[in-house]
Design a protein around this ligand. Sequence first.
Ligand code: SF4
Length: 285
Amino acid sequence: MVELADLKTVGQPNWCPGCGNFPIWHSLKKAIVELNLKTHNVAIFSGIGCSSKMPHWVNTYGFHSIHGRPLPIATGARLANNSLTVVAVGGDGDGYGIGVGHFVHAMRRNLNIAYIVTNNQVYGLTTGQTSPTSDKGYATKSTPTGVIEMPINPIALAIASGATYISRGFSKEMKHLTKLIVDGVRHNGFALVDVLQPCVTFNRKNTYKWFSERVYKLEETNHDTTNKQAAFLKSLEWNDHIPIGLFYKEIRPTYEDELQQIAETPLARQKIEDINIGTLMTEFE
Ligand code: SF4
């Protein structure tokens, strides 16, 4: 049995007190415990940002990569060893800005990766610039008179790009968020868990209070999670009412399922001596 104590690392998070990353970190660890995953069989990949430090503080395999690149590296890990549970984590600037191309392609491939995006609508690590999900009109040091672009809608983008498990959590709703992560990791395919993550230091608009007054749970409505059009309509709700929970889920073969080369044995466990590379080498002589 894996216990929370098994996931403890030497270091402790250095996030600002009250940061919305703390409950996400706890939820991820609780999800690993609930799924009873062996720590040596989990790998967590991140990019750059406050939340991207997370792999340092969960005692599994981890890779703190470069800005916007957790998904390509997680993809490589899944293809090298598709018996691993692969989780990617990072912020909105990392995933929906710099890494948005990787985000779209990972979803259309339906790789079996759970991607947790800590969406605080601001660049926190670099001290509070506008991010791709900052609300229109929101003023930051990089847009002192207010953002003029429309924000990225990650849920709508995920629906359009072919993700097969699309959800949104809220840092303050830890039990709910843990379930979304558990179900996302269990899902055989690309699972997005976008998390409303208040940045208490730099985002003075989208606060715990602001979200608490607006969020409601999709599972407490008659929302049909198999209906793509209904999910898209729900994804457009913002400002007055903000849905959290599972928007959409479908079963579709994963990218890994389509690869005959790893159908029986993960690449990492295939015996090199069983592979005849003579023909290939001859081609390059
Ligand atoms: Fe959290 Fe914001 Fe502080 Fe970063 S800057 S640790 S996101 S509160």
